[in-house]
Design a protein around this ligand. Sequence first.
Ligand code: NAD
Ligand code: DAU
Length: 342
Amino acid sequence: MKLLITGGAGFIGANLVRHVLGTHPTDSVVTLDLLTYAGNLANLEGVLDDPRHRFVRGDIADAGVVADAITGVDAVINLAAETHVDRSIVDATAFLRTNVVGTQVLLDAARRGGVRRFVQVSTDEVYGSLGPTGQFTEESPLLPNSPYAASKCAADCLVRAAHQTHGLDAVITRCSNNYGPYQFPEKLTPLFITNALVDEPLPLYGDGRHVRDWLHVSDHCRALDQVLRTGRAGEVYNIGGGNERQNHDIAAIILRALEKPATLVRHVEDRLGHDRRYAIDATKIEAALGWTPALPFEDGIQQTIDWYRTHRAWWEAVKSGAYLDYYEAMYGDRLRAAKGGE
Ligand code: NAD
Ligand code: DAU
């Protein structure tokens, strides 16, 4: 099979490119990625010069670029997106262009190009926020709360419309929070690990009791591969680890593993519209496609902490230049106004 993986220089995309090339010896991959601040060719180290892999730098919202990249492709997995909730709160423009317009450009090109399968990598955030009990199922209402979630929700609707109206063979996945290697250190786990490694404060939003359902990126990649090959056209599949944790527990696990003091935690001003709890019911993908998570959280988080500890050059290069301006804008005032440790 020849695959087009968009966003393949980002966190999940790079792990997926590696997974596909490593597990399917007759598959080939075209990676289409704009290399925004979140994209990084270093994430593809080791597979960039694989003869079964071609990297194309380009924008999924550019119809000409997409028409070229999609030529001869059997299936598309769309991971290209603006992905950080906090950035979408500051300015949603790029989220609408990439996540909404870009997805429609890809859908049109897939239809014209006779692509046999389109996998839209969506998120559990389209369902909004849960109270203390319950889980998101595929039938849960779409109630996005952040501009990021709203843009992903719009993309899901466009994918559904392409299937319903044009008969495009399309499938949507909605996964919970991923952690693992090559994640941009604006997200909770890589930010807290890399800050702890250099004794910088860990900025915990609000009371720190918000809940996320954590899944190792390798399990997400296995699920995407399974959906690609055996999922049913027109279906939505939730993907989750059944592993709910409060954010302050994540901070504590990281600090303990690195033998750093709990006083590094700073309770800072909360995120606007902060979703309280996510939890995924993954019964459908488990029953229909036989996927289950393989890596227990305790092992996965330890491996992840070790990866950032031993890949200092990777994240030091990322945490420079424009990142430092971002960090000051996002956290400067919050940290200066913050209360001390837990
Ligand atoms: P990421 O931010 O690490 O990577 C996104 C990639 O998309 C980057 O390489 C970037 O350069 C590329 N990109 C951005 N705009 C582009 C454009 N216009 N054209 C081409 N490429 C462009 O994101 P991630 O965490 O790897 O997420 C990948 C996908 O998975 C996203 O669609 C996201 O919504 C979804 N998702 C992420 C998580 C998570 O926990 N990270 C969970 C569920 C779903
Ligand atoms: O649920 C899937 C989603 O998970 C994906 O669709 C998104 O692309 C991905 O970014 C992630 O969204 P979250 O907003 O849940 O992830 P983030 O890492 O930004 O935050 C996780 C939790 O940690 C959330 O409750 C906010 C909190 N947080 C985050 C940061 C960056 C902090 O307390 N401090 C921080 O500095």
